[in-house]
Ligand binder design. Sequence first.
Ligand SMILES: NC(=O)c1ccc[n+]([C@@H]2O[C@H](COP(=O)([O-])OP(=O)(O)OC[C@H]3O[C@@H](n4cnc5c(N)ncnc54)[C@H](OP(=O)(O)O)[C@@H]3O)[C@@H](O)[C@H]2O)c1
Length: 430
Amino acid sequence: MGAPLRLGIAGLGTVGAAVLRLLAQNGDLLAERAGRAITVSAVSARHRGRDRGVDLQGFRWYDDPMALAADPEVDLVVELIGGADGPALALCQAALEAGKPVVTANKALLAHHGAALARLAEAHGVTIGFEAAVAGGIPIVKILREGLAGNRISRIYGILNGTCNHVLTTMRESGRDFDDVLAEAQRLGYAEADPSFDVDGIDAAHKLALLAALAFGCPPDFDSVYIEGIRHVSPLDIAFATEMGYRIKLLGVGRRTEHGLEQRVHPSMVRIGTPISQVEGVFNAVVAEGDQVGATLFAGRGAGGGPTASAVVADIADIARGASLPALGVPSSALQDLPPAPMERHYGAYYFRLMVVDQPGVLADVAACLREHEVSIESLIQRARNPLEPVPIVLTTHETFEAQMTGALARIAALPTVLEPPRMIRIETL
Ligand SMILES: NC(=O)c1ccc[n+]([C@@H]2O[C@H](COP(=O)([O-])OP(=O)(O)OC[C@H]3O[C@@H](n4cnc5c(N)ncnc54)[C@H](OP(=O)(O)O)[C@@H]3O)[C@@H](O)[C@H]2O)c1
């Protein structure tokens, strides 16, 4: 056995405490696998007196996490504070500059500063591991960087936020609306008190930017991700989706197109029966489509202390064994900027729902707007007749450019018989 690898852990919340628990429970097994013991020298968090359910005796305590980077008895810094900037960024920079590898679960940090941190790590001959930052316990970073290294990836997509998937699953199963289900999820601890990062798609977009970087060899480019959350998904749309053979999922999709790199997070309709449609509740899943392997799906728990600690410790074990892969799969000098594909050039099929006054001629007017923008109808559902009452009309289209679809919907929204803004959901062809 080699000399122990000594950790300094910053952040002792859900993930930090779970890492300490995992090391206490499975430390022997891990030492065998890594070929050396993994020990904790020092820790840091904000509130020293807080009960974290783990024994901190024997670890040096620092109020200031920056001290971990300077501590000569810390070989590797584990950053579990969170946040795209602030102390998390400063600590990672200081550790790398001191020639210490970093392991982090921080997707916001990597999505914004991933390329710069990868460059800094290389300049100091160390690496930065972020397995836990994408899809929690699913080892998708390793899969993309190592397992699928021989493949050209054409598309990568996934259910990247367990809170959203839980809310959408519960809405479908119970028929309840978004606000009601979200409030319950908050009470049960499945959603944060401030849920906006999750339900507005930001968290999934952070993860997508990292997946796209690994899949396509480009720097993470969070600012180019098109983002739409799930707040506007209604029980009515979920019921129509089921009737038409679809599930609604918040997907993150990265795809090479002739117009550039498409990165988008939005509610998507996926055919019932496809593997991704069966991923329910808090589970995450990622599908990578490689030119040699075809489509591969990886599913599991995307958050929570145990699954996230599992991924953090996998990175620690790799570093303990001496592995030092480029953080983003290729040396940072080989990362290629890919032009972002504008959303107007997205080519796909669409579902949309209108609430209209039930009177003769409405459908003909809608069809005329679609014809004007060269959008062709694939299917149509028109519900019970209640003369002069609002009724839903639901249509799906054949594949078309997004610009044509939005143009047609703008015209449709202006029709006097259309009572509410149209609801549009993209259909993902799998
Ligand atoms: N929770 C998950 O399921 C999950 C899953 C995947 C990835 N992640 C990522 O893992 C990271 C940590 O998440 P978490 O859920 O464990 O967060 P958390 O429970 O809020 O814990 C954050 C920890 O950081 C400490 N901290 C905050 N500011 C600090 C500062 N200035 N100096 C030192 N310590 C500071 C806090 O100290 P106090 O405890 O003393 O307040 C706390 O222990 C985030 O990047 C998150 O995105 C989380």
